[in-house]
Design a protein. Structure first.
Length: 152
């Protein structure tokens, strides 16, 4: 009987360990099972999104205020359209806010940083942020630097 009790306890701790690893994997991946239901969508157009992906963070002053919902191509303007879900309690983003694609660290993940403008009119569901700054691509910077060195 004592041996069976030890086996049950070992099995219990194994299941507990697997659940802990699963929770850690979900936390690290950024997948949120309890997503905020109250959001509104805002779009922005970028010439180059670099490595931006769906579910990337949208931040204001380093604080997450939403996430990227989808990325598509605008067939008329030939630019990327990024649709963002902004939390509904962030209702103070002005209509002249700007969005830029930033990188966490030197080679880290890419996310969108929002800078608030000065207009009193706030962004609403379906609005578009017109002032955008595309991702800085490291390869392009190195290419420009080398091209300038060679031409000198």
């Amino acid at each position: 009987m004592r041996m069976r009790w030890i086996e049950i306890m070992v099995g219990f701790f194994m299941v507990l360990g697997i659940l802990a690893l699963l929770g850690l994997a979900l936390n690290v991946s950024g997948l949120n099972l309890a997503a905020k239901a109250n959001t509104y969508t805002v779009q922005a157009r970028f010439e180059n999104i670099g490595g931006l992906t769906s579910r990337a963070k949208v931040t204001l002053s380093g604080v997450q205020i939403g996430e990227v919902k989808s990325i598509q191509i605008d067939k008329k303007r030939l630019v990327a359209i990024v649709t963002m879900k902004i939390y509904s309690d962030v209702d103070y983003l002005s209509i002249d806010s700007s969005a830029k694609i930033l990188t966490a660290g030197l080679l880290g993940e890419q996310y969108i940083g929002i800078s608030v403008g000065f207009e009193e009119t706030s962004l609403k569901d379906g609005d578009t942020i017109n002032d955008t700054q595309s991702a800085m691509v490291l390869e392009e910077l190195i290419g420009k630097f080398l091209f300038n060195k060679v031409s000198n």
